[in-house]
Design a protein around this ligand. Structure first.
Ligand code: SF4
Ligand code: SF4
Length: 361
């Protein structure tokens, strides 16, 4: 920590301001908050959060379609827990469940396939939410359902891809950044090379990091060193997990099942080729076609006063939202960044709201 702080001092002096880094991944956001690193480095390094929590970036439009699915008779909707409370424009899955819809939490898509097999009278729709990391397991569940002849299982894919989202964030001329901490698990699938565009197109230092305290300190050290030396490269400091070309088997599974499509992200709008939709060869498992779900109209609604849009773009910090911790809390969340356990607002609320960077409330 001492070496990072000393280097941060040197960089801040050189820049005449604190270095500004963005941590892309929600798990990094939580780890950094839990460690109290933002406070320890206050005045020398500013650590902002990015669009790396899959729950936070699921758009209103997608949630509206999930709500439409939950309302269909005979449908059981399977999802990960955090998704329940995220609001769409009309309702949330939690509200639908309270109203009688069969919405269940599954810890794995394979559990949802097993549930479908045991309940042939139900149409079990699994919500595919997540980044490059969850898509291979979902693809495997479709292969399992097909191999076992499970006909009452389908997928609503809201999967998203991190590199196109980063391109959208970095293209914002108002965002002044000095470097990025890249997501470790996503990189394990995509490989280090998938992020070379950050250096080529934006000339920014970047580092792929693991999630332990020492991993994060090593990542910060690397970014500060690159800045001091005037370098920019995508350093891989998570070599125990991440390879140059990624996990070829997982990438092949994704490519067999999905194709890249333009999709809406909460806070970022529609990003070209940033989502995964099922290929035609898997149409018999595609809930949108099987259950005739019409695309919901786009509704770029944000609760009044909620700054999630700016927070997901790394432009504001949670305590800069005027609703943070007074109106908006994990018990009464106003926006998705407070709902998800990996959301930036929830992380600040849990670990930093009494610290200097949390507003010292
Ligand atoms: S899946 Fe892993 S890398 Fe991706 S956002 Fe979650 S914790 Fe970060
Ligand atoms: S504190 Fe609440 S209202 Fe403010 S940005 Fe975060 S989630 Fe939205």
């Amino acid at each position: 920590m001492g070496r990072v702080a000393a280097l941060a001092d040197e960089v801040a002096e050189r820049l005449g301001r604190p270095a500004v880094f963005i941590e892309v991944c929600g798990t990094h956001t939580v780890a950094i908050s839990r460690l109290g690193l933002r406070s320890l480095l206050a005045g020398r390094v500013e650590l902002r959060s990015g669009p790396g929590c899959p729950v936070c970036v699921t758009d209103h439009q997608e949630i509206d379609m999930m709500v439409d699915l939950a309302r269909l008779p005979g449908v059981t909707l399977g999802t990960f827990g955090d998704m329940l409370r995220v609001p769409g424009s009309r309702s949330s899955l939690e509200r639908e469940r309270a109203g009688g819809a069969d919405v269940r939490i599954f810890y794995s898509p394979l559990d949802a396939v097993a549930f479908a097999e045991a309940n042939p009278e139900r149409e079990v729709v699994f919500l595919g939410i997540g980044f490059e990391t969850t898509a291979p397991a979902v693809a495997a569940s479709l292969a399992r359902a097909r191999a076992k002849g499970v006909k009452n299982f389908s997928l609503f894919s809201a999967h998203k891809l991190i590199p196109p989202a980063l391109r959208a964030v970095l293209s914002d001329p108002e965002l002044k950044l000095d470097g990025l901490i890249l997501p470790g698990h996503v990189s394990a699938v995509t490989g280090r090379r998938a992020f070379d565009f950050i250096v080529k197109e934006y000339g920014l230092p970047s580092v792929i990091s693991g999630f332990d305290p020492m991993d994060i300190l090593i990542a910060l050290h690397e970014l500060l060193l690159q800045l001091l030396r005037g370098e920019a490269r995508v350093a891989n400091k998570y070599t125990r997990v991440v390879r140059e070309e990624g996990n070829l088997d997982a990438r092949k599974r994704i490519a067999e099942c999905f194709e890249e499509v333009d999709v809406p992200w909460r806070g970022l709008g529609v990003i070209p080729e940033s989502g995964l939709s099922l290929r035609e060869t898997f149409r018999d498992f595609d809930a949108r076609f099987k259950l005739n779900i019409e695309p919901a109209p786009p509704t770029p609604l944000y609760p009044p006063g909620c700054a999630c849009k700016e927070i997901l773009r790394g432009k504001l910090l949670p305590p800069e939202c005027r609703l943070f911790s007074n109106v908006c809390t994990p018990v009464h969340p106003v926006g998705p960044c407070m709902v998800s356990s990996e959301g930036a607002c929830a992380a600040y609320y849990r670990f930093e709201r009494f610290s200097p960077v949390g507003g010292g409330i």
